[in-house]
Write a protein that binds this ligand. Structure first.
Ligand code: HEC
Length: 141
């Protein structure tokens, strides 16, 4: 094939790739702001500073010593006091954290916020032609 044709094909591919990316990253789904209250972001800070990540997952990502906590807030028989009980006493494999009431509230709020964003595992996923995966969200407007 002549060299010119190759250059043309590559240019077309690069152009299509760019258009595709602009479309994907400017579509509505990417623009939704993350609404984390001040207290919930304090909880996020505590979550990071105390390495909850090293043992727990959110949406399946994180360490695997403990369970996934995406929906711990809304799971039947779990929720606020259940989470606090773990933070208060720890278990054999989870350290006891000496958090103040305020700090525990912040962590609970953070987990509540995570919970409100969706389900894990999520069996309700739709694959669009654009490659976008639409998940079932909670509190959808
Ligand atoms: C060293 C590993 C480790 C760290 C660090 C850790 N955890 Fe855990 N956590 C565990 C394990 C293991 C369990 C499961 C214990 C069980 O069920 O017997 C658990 C259970 C929990 C549960 C109950 C989950 C459920 O569905 O039953 C919550 C809530 C929790 N941890 C929150 C936290 C938070 C918040 C932090 C950070 C401040 C944290 N953990 C840090 C290991 C850890």
């Amino acid at each position: 094939m002549p060299k010119k044709a190759n250059i043309l094909i590559i240019s077309v591919l690069i152009t299509l790739f760019s258009v595709y990316n602009i479309f994907i990253y400017t579509s509505q789904d990417c623009k939704q702001p993350i609404k984390l209250s001040i207290k919930a972001s304090k909880g996020q800070q505590l979550w990071q500073n105390n390495n909850c990540w090293s043992c727990h997952q959110v949406y399946g990502l994180g360490g695997y010593l403990g369970p996934d906590l995406t929906n711990v807030y809304s799971s039947p028989n779990k929720g606020e006091s259940y989470i606090k009980a773990f933070l208060n006493s720890g278990v054999k494999t989870m350290p006891k954290f000496n958090f103040s009431e305020e700090e525990k509230d912040a962590i609970v709020l953070y987990l509540k916020h995570i919970d409100s964003t969706g389900y894990f595992p999520n069996y309700d996923a739709n694959l669009h032609k654009t490659g976008w995966v639409e998940l079932k969200y909670k509190n959808e407007k």
